[in-house]
Design a protein around this ligand. Structure first.
Ligand SMILES: O=P(O)(O)OC[C@@H](O)[C@@H](O)c1c[nH]c2ccccc12
Length: 266
């Protein structure tokens, strides 16, 4: 069993337990369930933002503990303040040290919130909306084409934006109408190898009309410049900021550097 199989096996048990603890109607009465959602696409394309989807991630199966000493509110507030186009919050507890409470605490920010988890069940969509997410992630590597279609359609019905993550050519077939944004994960979730060229290789094969983002292993402004040249509008970055003592300050510095690199190109 690879790590992705292990996570999914565990997730099935977790979702069954959550269903027992909180009913769908309780979730539908949640604070954010009927709120209007910010448009992920629109925020990614905004000129006054950096294009960065800044991630709050305490630990991961590939890196172990990255940073478990920060406040989610402080870090995400700095991300939003210094130009993040969106904020990604890991909510998986066991493997990434996150929680739905982290998502709730991030809702003070006026940017789309991505609930980063392993979604396998409709229940998790309702939960995401109820806890303030604007965007949910569907990972092609752990869902069939039909599952992506069904989950994406249900997500859109309750006003969520859909990000579909792919990693290879075969997974391009999972892209469907209800997917708003396609993300290429540069990290292989089964082996943990990271290669930014993954994004570049797949970029032309993603249907026109879908906003493209590149995910994982991005740690410098030059890579972002290169990815932009290949048509990417968003850049999902976690570890580069979280590994620093003050991830918010690291983001601020990075955004500043990105501004200089962009100007040099003109
Ligand atoms: O920390 P990095 O290398 O900058 O990567 C961030 C993000 O792309 C990564 O956390 C991620 C991408 N897809 C995922 C799916 C599940 C969990 C985590 C992820």
């Amino acid at each position: 069993m690879n790590i992705l199989d292990t996570i999914i096996a565990k997730k099935k048990i977790e979702v069954a337990e959550r269903k027992r603890n909180k009913s769908i109607s309780e979730l539908e009465n949640g604070r954010f369930f009927r709120n209007e959602t910010l448009s992920f696409k629109e925020y990614l394309l905004r000129e006054d933002k950096t294009g960065i989807i800044a991630e709050y991630k305490r630990k991961s199966p590939s890196k172990g503990i990255i940073n478990d000493r920060t406040s989610v509110t402080e870090v995400t507030t700095a991300y939003a303040k210094y130009g993040a186009s969106a904020i990604s919050v890991l909510t998986d507890e066991e493997f990434f040290g996150g929680s739905l409470n982290d998502l709730l605490e991030s809702t003070i920010n006026e940017v789309p919130l991505l609930r980063k988890d392993f979604i396998i069940d409709e229940y998790q969509l309702i939960e995401s909306k109820s806890y303030g997410a604007a965007v949910i992630l569907l990972i092609a590597a752990c869902l069939t084409k039909d599952e992506v279609k069904t989950l994406a359609s249900l997500a859109k019905n309750i006003g969520l934006n859909v990000l579909l993550e792919i990693h290879n050519e075969q997974e391009l077939a999972h892209i469907c109408n209800d997917v708003d944004v396609v993300g290429v994960n540069n990290r292989d979730l089964k082996s943990f190898t990271v290669d930014i060229n993954r994004s570049i290789e797949l970029s032309n094969q993603i249907p026109a009309g879908k906003v493209k983002i590149s995910e994982s292993g991005i740690d410098n402004a030059e890579s972002i410049k290169l990815l932009k040249e290949h048509g990417f509008n968003g850049f999902l970055i976690g570890e580069r900021f979280m590994k620093e003592e003050d991830p918010g300050a690291a983001f601020q510095y990075f955004a500043h550097e990105l501004g200089s690199v962009n100007k040099m190109g003109v």
